[in-house]
Design a protein around this ligand. Structure first.
Ligand code: SAM
Ligand code: SF4
Ligand code: SF4
Length: 347
């Protein structure tokens, strides 16, 4: 490796280490959440990526291996809906064989909408999946349908969660995107449902990712308001972060019922600790969720570039990284145009 990449983990222009890689394995989804793939935009005529454009599992593994050699300790599979990608458990198995710089097994995680999980949970566990986040915005059928576009019953997600628990997939986290006028009344029921279950509910501020969700600041329920709602009913005590760069602020119920998290991506930016690189479904590398352009790795990969050259390419991209959109958001007069969509980059 060239001398300037000698220090590992690889650090960016703001000295942030490379620790996390998020891989979008498909840009397709069976749901149409209004804050991610609104039905009006992602309708029948929407053109998704052609099958040949998708990175094959072997290609993902090769790129992942280079990222791990540069410092990545955790890989999260996402999408679109990752469980729509045929044979996804095989990819989990392949990635779980990798070893980090600290000679520990690579942590392979997944974020899923849970609707297809009931059938897959056991296989994912057997394949070596270490962590699972399941998105669930409400426990009321009508609200769930409104939030997710009406393609699947709430019961499918609840069955998925139960199957994941039965398969021993722990820790399970529930991701709740809180959007004003849609589900802010469902914060307490969601907390109540998962208290004492060992499952950690994480409330996420609605973010202005992509360009097609009609995001408005007025629709964001600030983390401090989410916490105030929770704390008034179930007193909370702050917990320390488990590692630098942890995006969720952690809280514990003082009565011992478990833990919750709050992700304040809009009102309390955590860019200064952001250690995440993103690989799109078609092999582009993005250094920020709000980037408008990615670096194509599929072309050099398919042109036969060797591992060292690929690794140097990835290292150079991380070295040049200076993005910190969420910290600068409020100082910008207008959001950057041409931002990538969440479903393409994996959230
Ligand atoms: N389909 C899977 C799912 O929903 O869990 C994985 C992909 S989804 C893009 C990943 C995560 O991003 C989900 O937890 C989802 O709730 C979150 N997300 C999507 N759009 C969002 C937005 N505008 N603001 C905040 N979180 C969002
Ligand atoms: Fe699909 Fe996940 Fe986006 Fe909802 S958040 S539309 S489930 S990719
Ligand atoms: Fe990381 Fe970009 Fe999000 Fe900041 S805005 S936390 S740099 S992905």
């Amino acid at each position: 490796m060239p001398e300037r990449f000698d220090t590992l983990p690889c650090r960016d222009a703001l000295q942030r280490p490379l620790h996390d890689l998020r891989i979008s394995v498909t840009d397709r989804c069976n749901l149409r959440c209004a804050y991610c793939m609104p039905r009006e935009v992602f309708g029948r005529d929407f053109v998704f990526l052609h099958h040949d454009a998708l990175l094959r599992f072997e290609e993902i593994l090769r790129l992942a291996r280079q990222c791990v050699a540069l410092g990545v300790r955790k890989i999260r599979l996402s999408g679109g809906e990752p469980l729509l990608r045929r044979g996804i458990e095989r990819l989990v198995e392949m990635l779980a064989t990798l070893t980090t710089l600290e000679a520990r097994p690579l942590e392979v995680a997944m974020t899923t909408n849970g609707t297809l999980l009931a059938k897959k949970a056991r296989d994912l566990k057997n394949a070596g999946l270490a962590r699972l986040n399941i998105s669930l915005d409400a426990l009321d059928e009508a609200v769930f349908q409104r939030a997710t576009g009406g393609n699947a019953p709430l019961a499918a997600v609840l069955e998925g969660i139960a199957a994941a628990q039965a398969a021993g997939l722990a820790p399970i986290k529930i991701n709740v995107v809180v959007k004003r006028g849609i589900n802010e009344d469902h914060i307490l029921p969601l907390a109540a449902r998962f208290r004492h279950s060992g499952i950690i509910v994480r409330f996420i501020e609605f973010m202005d990712a992509g360009t097609r969700t009609g995001w408005r600041l007025d629709d964001v329920v600030a983390a401090r308001d989410i916490l105030a709602t929770l704390h008034a009913r179930y007193p909370l005590r702050a917990l320390d972060a488990q590692y630098p760069g942890e995006v969720a602020k952690r809280w514990q119920y003082t009565d011992g019922a478990g833990e919750i998290g709050v992700i304040a991506s809009v009102t309390q930016a955590f860019c200064h600790e952001c250690s995440r690189l993103r690989l799109s479904t078609d092999g582009k590398l993005y250094t920020c969720l709000f980037a408008s352009e990615g670096a194509d790795l599929r072309a050099p990969l398919r042109a036969g570039e060797d591992d060292e050259a690929l690794r140097n390419r990835i290292a150079a991209i991380w070295h040049a990284r200076s993005g910190r959109y969420s910290q600068l958001r409020h100082a910008m007069r207008a959001a950057p145009t041409g931002r990538i969509e969440m479903s393409y980059i994996g959230g």
